[in-house]
Design a protein around this ligand. Sequence first.
Ligand SMILES: O=P(O)(O)O[C@H]1O[C@H](CO)[C@@H](O)[C@H]1O
Ligand SMILES: O=c1cc[nH]c(=O)[nH]1
Length: 236
Amino acid sequence: MSSRIPTPHINAPEGAFAETVLMPGDPLRAKFIAEQYLDNAVLVNNVRNVQGYTGTYKGKKVSVMASGMGCPSIGIYSYELFNFYDVKNIIRIGSAGAISPKLKLKDIVVAMSAYTDSGYINSFGFRGNAAPCCSYELLSRAMEYAKNLPCNVVCGPLLSSDAFYSDSSQTEILSRLGVLAVEMEAAALYMNAARAGKNALAICSISDSLVTGEELPAEERQVGFRNMMELGLSLI
Ligand SMILES: O=P(O)(O)O[C@H]1O[C@H](CO)[C@@H](O)[C@H]1O
Ligand SMILES: O=c1cc[nH]c(=O)[nH]1
């Protein structure tokens, strides 16, 4: 365990986090997961209102903490958890916009890999094109559990974009390459896990479709993705 805790972003003491952390972007989704699913949940971080809780689920210790939005933000939290708090697994519990016409609202994408346009990728010193990919062990366990879920769960690549609003047509190009959906964090999480020798998986519920223009309201993005939350919790 490093002595670099507390950090500027996490004021929890040593040992405050479980070895597995579920990580939604939205702090209120983190709070909802802690309140709905965890026994004896304790708030272990609230710096910048980025809420982190540790409790137990079915008797197993688990933490849930928000990442905020975008690669730079999840880059900070996942780096500090992996490298300073000795966390072993981070599972993103996110939302994403469908770019595949085959996906409907509330379907779940389990991200095998993440294309990215984010400059965050340059911080690892590699001058070619990186290939951020998930933990195979977490992925295979997630897809096994997904067979029991009453919703469509698809495994494939995501795009982790720096821009939520964009004039470019990159998503159409990536759709032709089989990329399923766009979100904003998986690539940074996967790169930090690789660099730290740890494990990561991004699971995202479809909150809107760039194909049809349908979208869910903010409250549903906060509390409505229970199948995804239970899929994440099945991995602890
Ligand atoms: O719902 P979360 O987990 O925040 O994920 C998605 O939602 C945010 C944009 O609305 C971005 O963080 C994107 O990745
Ligand atoms: O990053 C995101 C997340 C949800 N929906 C989108 O269109 N983009």
